[in-house]
Design a protein around this ligand. Structure first.
Ligand code: ZN
Ligand code: ZN
Ligand code: ZN
Length: 391
């Protein structure tokens, strides 16, 4: 069997399910209840959640993050309340739907101080509240002043405890996003890439991501020739030419959930040493995917890939962790990295993306999103993982 394949000869069936947009009110209701339990468990009197992926997770929509404070207050016990500028009340009413019965909306007028409103919602004997990890510093500083002496800590661990285990409707969205990214990958590796700049190919990938069904096209790393040795290379003016390795790392969002997949291509006949390097990588990626299962430490998945790359003598050239969780954010828990003893659970979704980078020369990476199921890992990306030979 050939160790690589000619693009254009392979046809991958990709099916993009119709994107379901809203989560059922019952799903959001149970997330709000779980957030209160997580707060209680961590000794937090409340969680303060500004517009962010955490906000979208709990309320099913994502209002604009602006200078006027919007803040969901989830107390450890009691009714969740949503403090927002009055002009956004209609948006909230529309988006909350049935959930509006259970989340009390408190609209503030332009002359009001929304921080005092939040203060009034925190129990007088509160000792500690969690603030959303990406809350703007200007809000955190105002809250700290107004809530003093209440201690402010990161809400991240409480939120991540919920968000890192995906429910069936979330996996369905990740699956649809993965299929759309596969479609875009398949199409770009069938095009002639030589003679075009990285930036041109990158813009083309963004178009293909949208055509394949993404709501947003977020990134298209096109790293050619020596640039392929830079894992997060910014596509630029370099013209792709024969003899280049090209790392294509692409993704976007579909119904709020991210895709993220990488394949490596080569322009023209690849030299034997690059074929060998890519084959090591492919085995490493395969071994890491095969290692996924409930109860397996995330670090063991990293080790499965890294040990193969080390044995082949490229250990020093694999300069990043094996993967990151994915969901409402591109990078979230669980992280597939040495030292993370956290056991994988069904519902964890993360990338498996080992890479080998030879500075000044070339690089390669292979990335799939993998979901941990009761029976092992299930990959949400299915395009050919062999080296793609392109023109
Ligand atoms: Zn990355
Ligand atoms: Zn990626
Ligand atoms: Zn990734």
């Amino acid at each position: 069997m050939a160790r690589w394949f000619e693009s254009g000869t392979l046809s991958v069936m990709t099916l993009v399910p119709a994107a379901t947009t809203a989560f059922a009110a019952s799903v959001l209701r149970s997330r709000l209840a779980a957030a209160a339990v997580e707060a209680e468990r961590r000794g937090l009197d409340a969680l303060l959640i500004t517009p962010s992926p955490d906000f979208a997770y709990l309320l099913g929509y994502r209002p604009p993050a602006l200078e006027r404070l919007t803040c969901l207050v989830v107390p450890a016990s009691g009714v969740p309340r949503l403090v927002l500028p009055r002009l956004e009340a209609p948006l909230a009413a529309h988006q909350l739907g049935e959930l509006a019965d259970e989340v009390e909306v408190i609209a503030w007028d332009e002359v009001d101080d929304p921080f005092q409103l939040v203060h009034a919602l925190i129990e007088t004997d509160a000792a500690r509240v969690g603030v959303q990890d990406q809350m703007w510093a200007r809000f955190v500083l105002r809250l700290r002043a107004v809530l003093d002496p209440v201690e402010l800590v990161a809400a991240g661990p409480a939120m991540a405890a919920m968000r890192r285990v995906k429910g069936p409707d979330e996996i369905e969205r990740l699956r649809a996003a993965g299929a759309a990214a596969d479609q875009a990958m398949l199409e770009i590796t069938r095009e002639r890439l030589s003679g075009r700049t990285e930036a041109e190919v990158s813009r083309r990938v963004l178009e293909l991501l949208l055509e394949a069904g993404h709501d947003t096209a977020e990134f298209a790393i096109v790293a050619s020739g020596p640039n392929a040795a830079s894992p997060h290379h910014e596509a630029g003016g370099r013209v792709i030419e024969a003899g280049d390795a090209i790392v294509l790392d692409i993704g976007g969002t579909l119904a709020g959930y991210w895709s993220d997949t990488t394949r490596t291509a080569f322009v023209g006949e690849p030299p034997a040493d690059f074929v060998a390097l890519h084959e090591v990588l492919r085995e490493a990626q395969e071994a890491a995917c095969a290692a996924v299962g409930p109860g397996v430490a995330a670090a063991e998945v990293d080790r499965a890939a890294r040990s193969i790359i080390e044995e082949a003598g490229y250990g020093e050239r694999f300069i990043h962790r094996t993967g990151h969780g994915v969901g409402l954010e591109l990078h979230e828990e669980p992280y597939v990295v040495a030292g993370n003893a956290e056991p994988l659970e069904p519902g964890h979704a993360f990338s498996v993306e080992p890479g080998i980078y030879l500075p000044g020369r070339w690089g390669a990476r292979i990335e799939d999103i993998v979901v941990c199921t009761p029976d092992g890992g299930e990959r949400l990306n299915g395009t050919d993982r062999r080296l793609h030979i392109v023109e």
